[in-house]
Design a protein around this ligand. Structure first.
Ligand code: AMP
Ligand code: GLY
Length: 765
């Protein structure tokens, strides 16, 4: 692929560095680029403002994807002009970029979509703003609405300061047109984090959180700057909080922008304050953060080009965004005089011998007479990476020590205030780890499974991953005449051991969900939501994610939300290497359609529906019988490896039978053949004085059951007591409705017996 990247700062160098690693890259051009990027890409000398020239360039060079780094060209509609000419662009349209370009738009937008942010008021007239400042009874922050290169925000300490700042903005136009409208908002308290996310206009994939250091001097003193350093991840914003912010901020923002006809493609950056009442948005940016990107991208495991292309093509869900373990810290090296009047033109030394895990991203550099010299306020961003935050800090500062230019200034405390927290969490997981519990494994598992889980959410899910309890909007029950909730919990049983032996886990996720669906279906219910429980002696994140992804697939197929779950590591409770999977389903039925119906009488007919295998029953016995048979054995009658045949996932009968429930008066009862096989499950739906007569030979018994019977030397009664024998679901149907019932079902079904007078038992004939 031929790629054009627009921009010339440290952020763009980091993007270029990451894109350059993609195996799919053919040529990388940067517009205009910088000396650091020149080592990775071809620098293009065009005016970014000349959109027609940029479009011409893209045609000439057959550019497949354009990435736009800074906000100004986005707000100026460069993405619009490129897409209008048919180019794929990673970066939002002018309309979507309003989320950053207009603070007034952003505040109203957040209010419209319930995104947590400080309360606020907007003013175009100075006199009204002054009036408001007099009356307001909370501390405030003043923001010029337009783009002001990160400088349009004033956090006054006193009323006088607030008044002076307002005058500077609205009367003296210190920020130019940006100050035509001013937002006055409540001053919030708490630590700040930046959470960026990839978006394809519809969904989001959050990055790892980062923290910027905006003030010039150590200890957060001195004037505000474009950013003096950043680190990632942020210990006070653990994965659960990232999930929460994704749900309360990032996804609602992307959904809201799409609903309002301005879909957002690119990187959505939320600047957040973690307040006592939860994360609140301070600002949105429509692009990668600078210098956050220089700390975040070195931790991205996945191919950035692949992600950006998927976003531009609206298929972000198809790619996995993976992150490396460990941490990264970026220290910005600035010129003397920054931010007001930086000195430039100073030769830079010491960049040749940096260790491999250190990246030096150029921001304000130039080549003059073959020498690298400073050319701006922020000159370089030096990123160190390490297994822990402390290691990353060490590696960044070691590298900084070898770099020199006259007047070089940098903060000595980047990430320092996070070190105790990082050590605490490391210590905590260390203490747990010593006891055999790996908290990170749990978090990693959640990271890996969350997209699949989220894909099961409909609009009814108000809170899922990360919440203490899942929230499900039950307003639709009001549409029902007499809704009854049905709940059931079940486990996969020892089939899990078979999954472990074969090394295939997704299908047991299907097993648990479909088993539960069938359990409530026989009561006439359709599923609403599901919660899973996975416990193991030791958590393997990939294994857990595989199981839960399977569960999510089955939930999605049933139109049910995977609303919650629990993953537990319990060494000593479970034997080493063992795990267990269970789940709980909640569904709803219309009271008048509840099954079994009254009026089940001798003479009614038993109709059987095929199973896909032993479903989830009889596996202890199966494992004993096949103890000495390798699971890859292909018995001729099975035609596939034994392990695969035994793992066939439990069938859900929802789509076959749900249309008949409440609609087919001749359907009187359904019985799910689970533990206890034919013998124990049928009587569960029979009234007193009615017995079931099952005629063997009326349906084809699948070869697997014959194999089990002969190898295990089991008698027929035992087989029918333990196994479903090829019938996973049975219906009790009024005799005159049998033909209609069978015709209504879109596959072959079997009349396997009838009801007779007698004790509530099953007679095998
Ligand atoms: P912004 O460009 O909106 O992120 O604002 C720059 C900085 O001003 C932020 O990083 C915060 O430190 C501070 N700030 C902005 N809004 C607020 C607020 N409502 N309460 C407290 N501090 C704020
Ligand atoms: N680091 C703040 C920003 O990129 O706006």
């Amino acid at each position: 692929m031929n790629v054009l990247l627009v921009g010339s700062g440290g952020r763009e160098h980091a993007i270029a560095w990451k894109v350059a690693q993609s195996p799919n890259l053919s040529r990388l051009y940067v517009l205009p680029g910088n000396p650091g990027m020149a080592a990775l890409a071809e620098c293009v000398a065009l005016k970014i403002e000349d959109h027609a020239a940029v479009v011409r360039f893209c045609k000439e060079k057959r550019i497949d994807l354009v990435l736009i780094g800074p906000e100004a060209p986005l707000a100026a509609g460069l993405a619009d002009d490129l897409s209008a000419s048919g180019f794929r662009v990673f970066g939002p349209s002018r309309a979507a970029a309003q989320i950053e370009a207009s603070k007034v738009f952003a505040k109203h937008f957040m209010a419209r979509h319930g995104i947590p942010t400080a309360r606020y008021a907007v003013f175009q007239r100075y006199a009204e703003a002054v009036e408001f400042l007099k009356r307001v009874d909370y501390p405030v922050v003043l923001k010029a609405s337009g783009l002001a290169a990160g400088k349009g925000v004033i956090v006054p300490e006193t009323n006088e300061e607030a008044g002076a700042a307002l005058e500077a903005m609205m009367v003296h136009r210190e920020f130019g047109a940006a100050g035509e409208e001013v937002v006055i908002e409540e001053r919030l308290r708490g630590p700040e984090v930046s959470l960026m996310a990839f978006s394809d206009g519809r969904t989001v994939a959050p990055m790892i959180p980062a923290q910027d250091h905006k003030r010039l001097l150590d200890g957060d003193q001195g004037p505000n700057t474009g950013g003096m350093g950043a680190y990632a991840p942020v210990p006070i914003c653990p994965p659960e909080m990232v999930a929460e912010i994704t749900e309360t901020v990032l996804q609602p923002a992307v959904s809201g922008l799409r609903l309002e006809g301005r879909p957002f493609v690119g990187v959505l950056y939320a600047g957040l304050m973690l307040t006592e009442s939860g994360p609140q948005v301070l600002e949105f940016n429509c692009r990668f953060g600078d210098p956050e990107t220089q700390a975040v991208l070195p931790l991205l495991e996945s191919d950035l080009l692949e992600i950006a292309l998927a976003c531009a093509e609206g298929r972000l869900q198809e790619v996995k965004v993976r992150w490396k373990d460990g941490a990264a810290v970026c220290v910005v090296l600035a010129s003397r005089g920054y931010p007001s009047a930086p000195e430039i033109g100073k030769p830079v030394h010491g960049l040749d011998a940096l260790p491999p895990d250190v990246f030096c991203f150029h921001a304000g550099t130039r080549i003059v007479d073959g020498r690298l010299v400073t050319a701006g306020g922020r000159v370089l961003g030096v990123t160190g990476r390490g297994g822990s935050l402390a290691e990353a800090v060490q590696s960044a500062y070691d590298a900084v020590a070898s770099i020199r230019f006259e007047g070089m200034h940098y903060r000595k405390d980047i990430a320092h205030q996070a070190l105790p927290a990082a050590r605490r969490t490391a210590g905590r997981s260390g203490a747990y780890a010593a006891a055999g519990v790996d908290i990170d494994a749990g978090n990693r598992a959640v990271e890996l499974m969350k997209d699949a889980v989220r894909s099961t959410y409909g609009p009814e899910v108000l809170a899922g991953i990360g919440a203490f309890g899942g929230l499900y909007d039950a307003a639709m029950l009001k549409e029902m005449k007499s809704p009854v909730l049905v709940a059931s919990t079940d486990g996969v049983g020892t089939k899990v051991k078979l999954a472990a032996a074969v090394g295939r886990y997704r299908s047991i996720g299907h097993d648990i969900v479909n088993h539960c669906i069938d359990d409530i279906l026989v009561q006439g219910a359709r599923p609403l939501f599901f919660l899973d429980y996975f416990a193991a002696s030791k958590l393997d994140p990939n294994l857990v994610a595989e199981v839960v992804t399977g569960a999510a697939e089955a939930c999605r197929a049933a139109g049910m939300a995977l609303l919650g779950g629990e993953t537990a590591e319990m060494p000593g409770v479970y034997a080493e290497g063992e795990f267990d999977l269970a789940g709980t389903i909640v569904g709803v039925l219309e009271r008048a359609s509840a099954l079994p119906r009254p009026g089940i009488v001798p003479g009614d007919v038993l109709v059987g529906l095929r199973s896909s295998g032993p479903h989830t029953n009889g596996y202890s016995l199966i494992r004993r019988i096949f103890e000495n048979v390798p699971l890859d054995t292909v018995f001729p009658e099975l035609g596939i490896p034994l392990g695969e045949a035994l793992l066939a996932p439990h069938r859900s009968y929802l789509s076959l039978l749900w249309p008949l429930i409440g609609a087919a008066p001749h359907l009187k009862a359904l019985a799910h053949l689970t533990g206890g096989g034919f013998i124990e499950n049928l009587p569960r739906v029979l009234p007193e004085g009615v017995a079931a007569l099952v005629r063997r030979g009326t349906w084809p018994v699948p070869p697997l059951f014959c194999l089990i019977q002969s190898l295990g030397a089991l008698d027929s009664f035992e087989m029918h007591r333990v196994f479903n024998m090829g019938i996973g679901m049975m219906a009790v149907v009024a005799r005159d409705g049998v033909r209609a019932f069978q015709q209504a079902i879109d596959e072959e079904t079997y009349v396997i017996g009838e009801l007779i007078s007698g004790e509530r038992t099953v007679i095998l004939e």
